[in-house]
Design a protein around this ligand. Sequence first.
Ligand code: SF4
Length: 187
Amino acid sequence: MGIEAALPVDGFVTTQLRRVINFARRNSLWPMPFATACCGIELMATACSRYDLARFGAEVMRFSPRQCDLLIVAGRVSIKTMPVLQRIYQQMTEPKWVISMGACASTGGVFDTYAVVQGCDQFIPVDVYVPGCPPRPEQLIEGVMAIQRHIDREGMPPPGGKRMPLGIAIQPTHAPRPQPVGLTLGN
Ligand code: SF4
């Protein structure tokens, strides 16, 4: 698991409770997939063996919002579907995060019509925007890692879990990197 390498030879580790808790939180994100169109196929590919979302502890897709803390909106959202998406978001437990995956979820994409929501952030708070049509699995993983980095840095969740949306945009030119989140053991 990599912990052995971080342990000093005498076997003692000192750290802060906040870091241990955030270490556990960031490595146990449970996604709620809201896949309405072709981006959903890339979302499925991200969980498959080639990209293996399980490496980041985020492979446990749940279809009950009460068990999820990471909503992934993958695909266009119609006006008729938006109340369902809002209901799912409201039913998820705090603290929770939202990834808008692909051009359609973030802007409506090529579907500039009266029937398609021109960006799901008009109705629910979005933390990470993943660009592309569709984004590659590496880009979605980069979005998940952006949330992991945030969890790692932040303090304990505020009472009630309320926080502002992060508004992070993954750049389409990003280079895939190994998981940049260290173990944060020690001071
Ligand atoms: S962004 Fe592209 S791939 Fe994703 S749902 Fe829209 S049209 Fe399909």
